[in-house]
Design a protein around this ligand. Structure first.
Ligand code: 5GP
Length: 114
């Protein structure tokens, strides 16, 4: 699987503010936050995009969302609310090709996004 910036974060080869970790998932603060809370949840295993996920990844995809919800509860903003987003490829605005779930919180988010 292709090397990505985020797999270097998994291996602690480049710094990141890691806020959550379990066996299969790592989460760290986005370098360019779009909300007071902006955390990226990534699989430790490299998957480039959502298009590359197969039925064998169903459990892992669920674990990414469960980790985001768990973090929101831990941090005390689950009831207030938050948004999870997965960008895919060019039109989706994906810039890092290691699948990730954005977790945004701490302000009222507009819908639809721009
Ligand atoms: P995408 O546009 O692919 O959905 O999101 C990639 C996200 O990764 C962007 O929000 C961007 O700010 C963030 N990002 C890019 N490079 C780094 C980095 O080196 N460290 C961290 N923590 N975030 C990064």
């Amino acid at each position: 699987m292709a090397e990505t910036l985020f797999s270097k974060i998994v291996r602690r080869e480049i710094p990141a503010e890691i806020v959550y970790e379990n066996d299969e998932v790592l989460a760290f603060r986005d370098l360019n936050p779009q909300a007071p809370v902006h955390v990226l949840f990534i699989p430790k295993k490299t998957l480039a995009t959502l298009n590359d996920a197969t039925p064998a990844d169903a459990d892992l995809l669920g674990k990414l969302l469960l980790a985001a919800a768990d973090y929101a509860r831990q941090q005390g903003f689950a009831e207030q609310g938050y948004r999870t987003v997965v960008n895919c490829n060019a039109d989706g605005g994906q810039t890092v090709f290691h699948l990730h779930v954005h977790l945004l919180a701490g302000r009222r988010l507009h819908w639809p996004p721009g």
